[in-house]
Design a protein around this ligand. Structure first.
Ligand SMILES: [Ca+2]
Ligand SMILES: [Ca+2]
Length: 171
């Protein structure tokens, strides 16, 4: 135990002793395998979901405050693993921001690390109902995984609010 009367020095004591206002000092591992708390390893990526909704810019800031940034999903196998992970969280009609935009140059979709983005299937929601994504050129410049379309890519107004998928580098 640590006692204030002795300048918070260590003191040995009977484990069964209980009389006073003792409080536990807890320690928690700061890692979960390869990922720093609060991130979970999903496939090869450290992933953390923010279930509060933010606009795109604030989503990046919120990820940053947990040690990451918006997730980059440029690998098909990883993409399917992250979708499975989202489905395990239960359904909500709102989508999730991920780290892509064509804000710098209209129609040129890039990840936040500057790499170019693969268009069309299997990523983008461009079969079935509605206009193929990305639609509304010049208006919708930020990238979400759309709950309505089985978490496929959809461009959206950056000022809209969505939940957030953050990614941090493995330790
Ligand atoms: Ca656009
Ligand atoms: Ca769209």
């Amino acid at each position: 135990m640590i006692r204030p009367t002795w300048g918070w020095l260590l003191d040995d004591f009977a484990c069964t002793f209980s009389c006073c206002d003792f409080r536990p000092v807890c320690s928690r591992s700061s890692t979960r395998g390869l990922c720093a708390v609060p991130y979970d390893l999903v496939g090869t990526q450290c992933v953390h979901l923010l279930l509060k909704s933010y606009n795109f810019i604030n989503a990046r800031t919120a990820c940053g405050s947990t040690g990451g940034d918006l997730i980059i999903l440029d690998d098909c196998d990883q993409y399917s693993k992250v979708i499975k992970y989202l489905m395990e969280q239960g359904y909500s009609p709102d989508g999730y921001w991920i780290g892509g935009s064509d804000g710098a140059l209209e129609g040129q979709w890039r990840w936040i690390d500057g790499s170019t983005m693969t268009m069309g299937l299997p990523y983008w929601a461009n079969v079935g109902v509605g206009t193929p994504e990305p639609d509304n050129p010049g208006v919708e410049n930020c990238l979400e995984l759309s709950s309505q379309w089985m978490y496929r890519f959809s461009n959206t107004l950056c000022s809209n609010t969505r939940r957030v998928i953050c990614e941090a580098q493995p330790l």
